[in-house]
Design a protein around this ligand. Structure first.
Ligand code: ADP
Length: 207
């Protein structure tokens, strides 16, 4: 919401002197209480200010920036994740490299009986390729990061929490999983690109 100059002045005064009565705000602005009434109504109705009877006005904090911050914290992985690219654990390093190019991703999720068992990144494949082994014969199973060391998330996790996880663990993505009887089924891929998309969307929605 765009505030008028006078409304911005009111907010500044309330922030500094809260709790403050309408009468006192009017005095500071050299205006009458009646002149301020419509502005104070708008500011309380939109949640920028909070009015407490017989006490005065408080700053409630729902300015544009605070709204964006709140929304960023509330958005869920399920709204932004991408389709997962999955390979079987016995696929060769060579075929995994081809798969990565074909599907244009930086991380493959490895499954056995449809359940998550590993993660293979670009650097894992590069490392295996510059080693002495024959990439045609080495299965990804040998080089992957495996359970229980895999970081993953669920659709209803907050994007904010998962961004912190990506930063903390220094990884580019996590599989989005659903618990099933014998383990974890991979239903998505949540990457740094998804984070950027979420960020842009929230800003655009608030413009
Ligand atoms: P790259 O290695 O291509 O830079 P990452 O930074 O995502 O890609 O991966 C770094 C290391 O972390 C790799 O060894 C990879 O196997 C591992 N890794 C990637 N994603 C995960 C994850 N979700 N959980 C655990 N380990 C991961």
């Amino acid at each position: 919401m765009d505030l008028t100059t006078r409304q911005e002045k009111i907010v500044r005064i309330v922030k500094e002197f809260e709790p403050i009565t309408g009468e006192e705000i009017a005095k500071k602005l050299d205006l009458t209480r009646a002149t301020l009434r419509p502005d104070l109504s708008i500011l309380t109705m939109t949640g920028v200010l909070e009015a407490k009877p017989r006490v005065g006005y408080y700053f409630a904090g729902k300015t544009g920036l605070n709204l964006v911050t709140k929304e960023l914290k509330n958005i869920k992985v399920g709204m932004y994740h991408s389709r997962p690219v999955i390979v079987e654990r016995n696929i060769s390093v060579y075929d995994a490299i081809c798969k990565m190019f074909d599907d244009d991703v930086g991380t493959l999720f490895v499954v056995e009986d449809n359940l998550l068992v590993g993660v293979v990144s670009r650097k894992d494949l590069l490392r295996a390729s510059i080693g002495s082994q024959n990439v045609m014969n080495v299965p990804v199973n040998i080089i992957m990061t495996r359970m229980p060391n895999i970081n993953y998330c669920r659709e209803d996790d907050s994007v904010y929490e998962i961004v912190k996880l990506l930063i903390d663990k220094q990884i580019d993505s996590v599989p989005v999983v659903r618990e099933c009887e014998n383990g974890l089924e991979v239903i998505g891929r949540f990457t740094k690109t998804n984070v950027s998309r979420a960020f842009v969307r929230v800003i655009q929605d608030n413009e």
